[in-house]
Design a protein around this ligand. Structure first.
Ligand SMILES: Nc1ncnc2c1ncn2[C@@H]1O[C@H](COP(=O)(O)OP(=O)(O)OP(=O)(O)O)[C@@H](O)[C@H]1O
Length: 312
């Protein structure tokens, strides 16, 4: 089990992470999400042992990890970390980049390289020099590389950021299936909703150096603790409860666009501002009592059209 306990860190006197605690079991996939600059990469680097921490501790199977000051080569040997810049050698082939992490005496060496290239769908590039690959292809090789010497813990920083949408879903399914089959614990820093919602066992949301939400994708999505958390998944409406009932004390209600429907008649008359095509539906932006409100509808609506909304 990985245990991160009360970790605090700052590059300068300003804290980038404060009192971060969570645990994760073997085979789990933890998605770390949050706005840019909230400390996701820093947290991965601390877990891997690249950054020294004065506050808090990281444990693996109840053994405290000692951090970079006590390691000849920073980074725990049973972990692998894939940073955003891939860390590949450009002038050697894909095969050599992955093979560098496998023993030349290993009789399964070639088979292992082929297996990994299949996971990331890069089989045909075995003999290609990395310098001649596109950004997305390099990223796929980098994923294969960190899996070469099978880690117990895999730390991935935006692993699909350069991968095109045509391939991303297939690659994600293939990689996460592979990690589960090998019982590898994976912690992923991501901006991608699908990475977190559809694949993670647990989502951790960071804001202003702290964990502001932690739970299964269903828990976090269905009961977001704030507009910030909900806005990771979708457009979110923050509606004052006094609009629904003027006699209540004000609290902010969070409603996803699919929770607001057009009604035949209601006390909420809105004016359509714009319709955005989303594939399965349209996202409609409308004006309700001087504020923007977003809801989903099966058809496009014209600008200035009046609609009644059911937002209860
Ligand atoms: N080496 C460094 N020295 C000083 N400050 C740093 C350093 N690396 C990161 N920071 C700062 O620490 C904060 C957290 O950075 P970090 O890279 O962990 O954020 P992030 O959530 O991963 O961002 P992104 O989503 O944009 O990758 C940012 O304010 C960043 O400017």
């Amino acid at each position: 089990m990985l245990k991160v306990e009360n970790v605090g860190f700052g590059y300068t006197s300003k804290e980038v992470l404060n009192n971060i605690s969570f645990t994760a079991n073997k085979g789990n996939y933890i998605a770390i999400v949050g706005e840019s600059g909230c400390g996701k990469s820093t947290l991965l680097e601390i877990i891997y042992g690249l950054l020294h921490i004065e506050k808090g501790s990281v444990y693996w199977n109840n053994i405290k990890l000692r951090g970079p000051k006590f390691q000849l080569i920073p980074g725990e040997p049973f972990m692998k970390y894939l940073p955003q810049d891939f860390d590949l050698m450009p002038y050697i082939t894909v095969e050599e980049n992955i093979g560098k992490h496998l023993s030349y005496l290993d009789e399964n060496r070639s088979r292992r390289i082929s297996e990994l290239l299949e996971v990331v769908d890069m089989t045909e590039f075995l003999k290609t020099k990395v310098v001649n690959l596109s950004g997305g292809q390099k990223q796929r090789v980098a994923i294969a590389k960190v899996l070469a010497k099978e880690p117990e813990v895999l730390l991935l920083d935006e692993p699909f950021s350069h991968i095109d949408n045509f391939r991303k879903n297939k690659l994600r399914r293939s990689l996460f299936k592979y990690l589960k089959s090998k019982n590898i614990l994976c912690v992923v820093a991501t901006h991608d909703t699908t990475d977190a919602l559809s694949f993670a066992d647990e989502i951790i949301v960071l804001k202003n150096a702290e964990i502001v939400a932690k739970g299964t994708p269903q828990e976090i999505y269905n009961n977001p603790v704030s507009g910030y958390v909900a806005s990771f998944f979708n457009e979110i409406n923050e509606i004052s409860s006094t609009i629904l009932n003027p006699n209540t004390s004000e609290e902010i209600l969070l409603r996803y666009p699919n929770q607001i429907k057009i009604a035949k008649k209601s006390e909420f008359k809105a004016t359509v501002v714009k319709s955005y095509f989303k594939g399965v539906c349209y996202l409609i932006e409308a004006d309700l009592q001087g504020k923007s409100i977003y809801f989903e509808h099966s058809k496009s609506l014209s600008e200035n059209e009046k609609v009644y909304l059911n937002i209860k």
